[in-house]
Design a protein around this ligand. Structure first.
Ligand SMILES: CC(C)(COP(=O)(O)OP(=O)(O)OC[C@H]1O[C@@H](n2cnc3c(N)ncnc32)[C@H](O)[C@@H]1OP(=O)(O)O)[C@@H](O)C(=O)NCCC(=O)NCCSC(=O)C[C@H](O)C(=O)O
Ligand SMILES: [Mg+2]
Length: 284
């Protein structure tokens, strides 16, 4: 499935049960809202959260932010009811938790006609990442690093070493099939320096953005996952230098002592397109 050029620097989970947080989301500088009916909502509040969320969606006011709803798994008592309640709602996608294989996507695809995002948070999902990304209805991946850590029985480390194979497999599969890839959450939401380091790691690996749990995390993710001024300026110079050498019949330019070929120009154009998309008034 073709991905659009909208930025996904920040994707904020908002518990579907929390009126105040839902209200707040309408004015937050966030690229995507992940309205959550799954883990952020207690079992006894699930049905009420579904009603609260569908009422908020009907009321609208979320502007250009992507509206993605994480439903409960279809193997739970709430999953199918969640999907049914979202029929006709103004949403951009449904996010399916604890995906195992493309068969789970088939099951959801049969129940709805919106794009599907997959939580990549089970060991089997990692091994099946390529077939899940290849599913024609899949538009986005979200790394579920809490569930993965639980399943792997691994330690939480600042360098996320035990998680690297999974993170990189998620990215490889996403890139192979033009699927958006969002990194997992950083749980210590008051630790800004730790969040920034993890955002930088996710960005350097290739993720489009970071999933977040608290509004205080937005500024860091929006900044780290946006092209910096220096990157935009370099991209402009690379494109200009390459176009100049093309006129002379050559295919390689040199900028700041480094070669620039057509593939680097492609990256430079993507950088400019991303910066332009971010500069849209409602997202800047
Ligand atoms: C973590 C929290 C429980 C903290 O909540 P709280 O103590 O209320 O925080 P604050 O008092 O600092 O809140 C300040 C104001 O911000 C609003 N707020 C808080 N969180 C959000 C939010 N997520 N979205 C929108 N607005 C939010 C409060 O309402 C306050 O507003 P105001 O009254 O105007 O001052 C809480 O942040 C929270 O519940 N976060 C979300 C947790 C969540 O969604 N968890 C599930 C997703 S993570 C996951 O499942 C990962 C994955 O599956 C995996 O496996 O890794
Ligand atoms: Mg999870």
């Amino acid at each position: 499935m073709e991905t659009t050029l909208r930025p996904y620097r920040s994707l904020l989970y908002i518990p579907g049960s929390k009126d105040r947080a839902l209200e707040k989301a309408r004015s937050l500088p966030v690229d995507a809202i992940l309205f959550d009916l799954e883990d952020a909502v207690m079992p006894e509040a699930k049905v009420g959260a579904r009603d609260t969320l569908t009422a908020a969606l009907a009321e609208g006011g979320f502007g250009p932010r992507a509206k993605i709803v994480r439903v409960n798994g279809l193997d739970t008592e709430w999953g199918r009811g969640d999907v049914a309640a979202l029929e006709g709602a103004d949403i951009d996608a449904i996010l399916l938790p604890k995906v195992i294989s493309a068969a789970d996507i088939d099951a959801l695809a049969a129940l709805c006609d919106v794009p599907i995002w997959a939580m990549m948070e089970t060991p089997l999902a990692i091994f099946n990442a390529l077939e899940i990304a290849a599913h024609p209805r899949v538009q986005g991946f979200v790394a579920g690093t809490n569930d993965l850590a639980k399943e792997l029985n691994c330690r939480t480390r600042p360098d996320r070493l035990p998680m690297q194979m999974a993170l990189q497999t998620i990215l490889m599969a996403a890139r192979a099939h033009d699927v958006i890839a969002a990194d997992g959450v950083y749980n210590q939401f008051k630790d800004e320096a730790g969040l920034e380091a993890e955002c930088e790691q996710g960005r350097d690996l290739g993720f489009d953005g970071k999933t977040l749990i608290h509004p205080a995390q937005l500024e860091v993710a929006n900044r780290v996952f946006a092209p910096s001024e220096a990157e935009v300026e370099l991209a402009r110079r690379q494109i200009a230098a390459y176009e100049e050498v093309l006129e002379t019949g050559q295919g390689v330019a040199v900028v700041d002592g480094k070669i620039v070929e057509n593939l680097h120009v492609e990256t430079a154009r993507k950088t400019l397109a991303k910066a332009e998309a971010i500069a849209q008034p409602a997202l800047a």
